[in-house]
Design a protein around this ligand. Structure first.
Ligand code: PEP
Length: 251
């Protein structure tokens, strides 16, 4: 899609112990050289596994990222982890504003903006998540909601090198339900247009992922939708063969 390199990203959420590191090794080993030439692959394990996973993927195409961060570089914020700390471990991406953070940790669009700036400050690529609830979709407000989330969350001067967007309808996450290809195309086109308003020409370099119940059996169809530049995968990223099956949509 317009020369943007696809990104298939896995979000392990609060799953995984040291015994899960072999899953990352299996993903690393299961990517054919031809596929590794074509796509970027990312796993975002819990923060406790970042070091082990970074070591496991060393020298391979697989990148490792965080799932959330504190906006500030350091300070009296008990229990929080900064972008600098993730970068220090060898992480190269961080997810920002996932709907679970918005729902359970009261993250706001302004908070998302601050965190995205924090990611950029430390040289991490921020994956900014946006998405409407089912109620908002039924009210015909999906486009307004995601456009506002993007407009507030996106740092000024965002580029394709430092920023990825993920469209994740809240009702599609972990539910086994997905929007139709037409619905996804409509949202992604609208987000691309909003990006154009916000960052001009650079809009065409920023990847927009789709996330929400992506699995091997639907990945090919979802990844073929116009303006879809990859996937953000929750549940199916926990099993190497499922995650690889999604990556192979790009074979
Ligand atoms: C997610 O939480 O980012 C996600 C897309 O989850 P799932 O793939 O399990 O729907």
């Amino acid at each position: 899609s317009e020369g943007r390199r696809p990104l298939v990203a896995g979000n392990w959420k609060m799953n995984g112990l040291l015994s899960s590191v072999p899953t990352v090794e299996a993903i690393r080993d299961g990517l054919s050289p031809a596929l590794a030439d074509k796509i970027d692959v990312l796993i975002c394990p819990p923060a406790t596994l970042i070091s082990s996973c970074v070591a496991a993927v060393y020298g391979s195409v697989v990148a490792i990222g965080g799932q959330n961060l504190h906006a500030r570089p350091s300070g009296a914020f008990t229990g929080s982890i900064s972008a600098e700390m993730f970068a220090d471990l060898g992480a190269t991406y961080v997810i920002v504003g996932h709907s679970e953070r918005r729902a359970y940790h009261y993250e706001t669009d302004d908070g998302v903006h601050a965190k995205a700036l924090g990611a950029r400050r430390a040289g991490l690529r921020g994956i900014i998540c946006v998405g409407e609830t089912m109620e908002e979709r039924q009210q015909g407000r999906a486009l307004d909601i995601v456009r506002a989330q993007l407009a507030i969350g996106l740092p000024k001067g965002a580029t394709g090198a430092d920023t990825v967007i993920a469209y994740e309808p809240v009702w599609a996450i972990g539910s086994g339900r997905t929007p139709t290809a037409t619905e996804i195309a409509e949202v992604h086109a609208s987000l691309r247009e909003m990006l154009d308003k916000l960052v001009g020409e650079e809009a065409h370099k920023i990847r927009i992922l789709y996330g929400g119940s992506v699995k091997p059996s639907n990945a090919r169809e979802l990844m073929a939708v116009e303006n879809v530049d990859g996937a953000l995968v929750g549940g199916a990223s926990l099993v190497a063969e499922d995650f690889l099956g999604i990556c192979r949509a790009y074979e």
